[in-house]
Ligand binder design. Structure first.
Ligand code: ACO
Length: 328
């Protein structure tokens, strides 16, 4: 048993930040950013993440021809939730009136949409009918705008999908390597607690003492190496489980972290870059929102045609990765 995409939606904030805008605040250039990442612009907003999520969710439900009351499960993915508790999924459930939906959040960084799709697939086998996945990321809230090696990479966005049961197949490969947890992380600021001396987790975990709490630190080269091998492994493995090969996929929507990573993975898989959906030039890296935003754009362009075989693949902080293959 598989799953099918019933509807997609996205929300991109209005404010466009170009590479030249970054050249005004850190030592960088349009030439460096385009050559090393493929990024030209990204969107950012001051709005809470859940507001972007709500807009993408409403668009996806409408696109599916359903109402909020038809949704029986909401899975939200984010690393930039506005609240520690409740979950963003519960906030959205209340905001859109999805009165029949169970709601929970998933934190699997940039691979989270694929993790959520895999979970949706399992829930659909157990009696759920319409799963709403919303991936919303306000990365500008955790970006260090004094660090040129990370600040140029990230943007804000939300993408959503409603998925339902299908007779066609679905296969996935998920993975994690927690030994790489200290290569990409953001620490929570410590609370002032009376009675005890606070211990900074870095002093016990061996994470590098490199960034201030609340903003992202990344060892770009290490993450890069992990990314290329994780992407090709996840996609190949998911294809094998599905009973196909990467060459037979009509379309691949990868996480948009760096155009060179996508190019290297394409090369390792022996595929033309044209097979991969790329919008990194317009939005940069929007973490778990990259893949559903891409799906929404493809849906609008009429590219999600029934019978096509699609591969999705992501990786990110954790370190984690996930790939899946299904027939539209
Ligand atoms: N402008 C100009 N120079 C820069 C910039 C910049 N924006 N950023 C870094 N540099 C400099 C560095 O300081 C370094 O200078 P040095 O040689 O004098 O020390 C030089 O450029 C080369 O730096 P590298 O880190 O080797 O550059 P690289 O080609 O590896 O590109 C990048 C850096 C783009 C970060 C790359 O490593 C990358 O994409 N890594 C993976 C990122 C990723 O996949 N993240 C995904 C997860 S995101 C998430 O989970 C939210």
């Amino acid at each position: 048993m598989g799953l099918k995409i019933l509807g997609t939606g996205r929300y991109l904030p209005e404010t466009v930040v170009t590479n030249d805008d970054f050249a005004k605040i850190v030592e960088t250039s349009d030439e460096w950013i385009v050559k090393r990442t493929g990024m030209k612009q990204r969107r950012i907003t001051e709005q809470p993440t859940w507001v972007m999520a709500e807009r993408a969710a409403i668009a996806a439900i409408e696109n599916a021809g359903l109402t909020a009351a038809d949704i029986d499960l909401i899975l939200c993915t984010t690393v930039t939730s506005d609240y520690i508790t409740p979950s963003m999924a519960c906030i959205i459930q209340g905001a859109i009136g999805a009165v029949n939906a169970v709601a929970l959040d998933i934190n699997a960084a940039c691979a989270a949409f694929v993790y959520a799709l895999d979970m949706a697939h399992m829930y659909l086998q157990h009696g759920y009918h319409h799963v709403l996945i919303i991936s919303a990321e306000g990365l500008s809230k955790i970006t260090d705008y004094t660090d040129r090696s990370t600040c140029v990479l990230f943007g804000d966005a939300a993408g959503a999908c409603v998925v339902g049961w299908s007779e066609k197949g679905f296969a996935s490969t998920l993975g994690a390597d927690g030994t790489g947890a200290n290569t990409l992380f953001a620490r929570r600021p410590l609370n002032e607690v009376p009675f005890v001396e606070q211990i900074d987790p870095q002093s016990i975990d061996g994470f590098p003492d490199v960034n201030r709490p609340g903003v992202l630190y990344m060892n770009g080269r290490e993450v890069y190496k992990f990314a290329v091998s994780a992407m090709s492994h996840a996609l190949k493995d998911a294809c094998e489980k599905f009973g196909t090969t990467p060459e037979e996929l009509d379309l691949i929507v990868p996480h948009q972290a760096n155009l060179r990573i996508i190019q290297s993975a394409a090369k390792e898989l022996g595929l033309a870059l044209e097979r991969f959906y790329v919008n990194i030039d317009r939005y940069g890296n929007t973490s778990s929102a990259c893949i559903p935003v891409g799906l929404s754009e493809l849906g609008e362009a009429g590219e999600l045609k029934p019978g096509r075989k699609i591969g999705l693949v992501g990786f990110g902080a954790g370190l984690v990765y996930g790939g899946c293959v299904f027939e539209l």
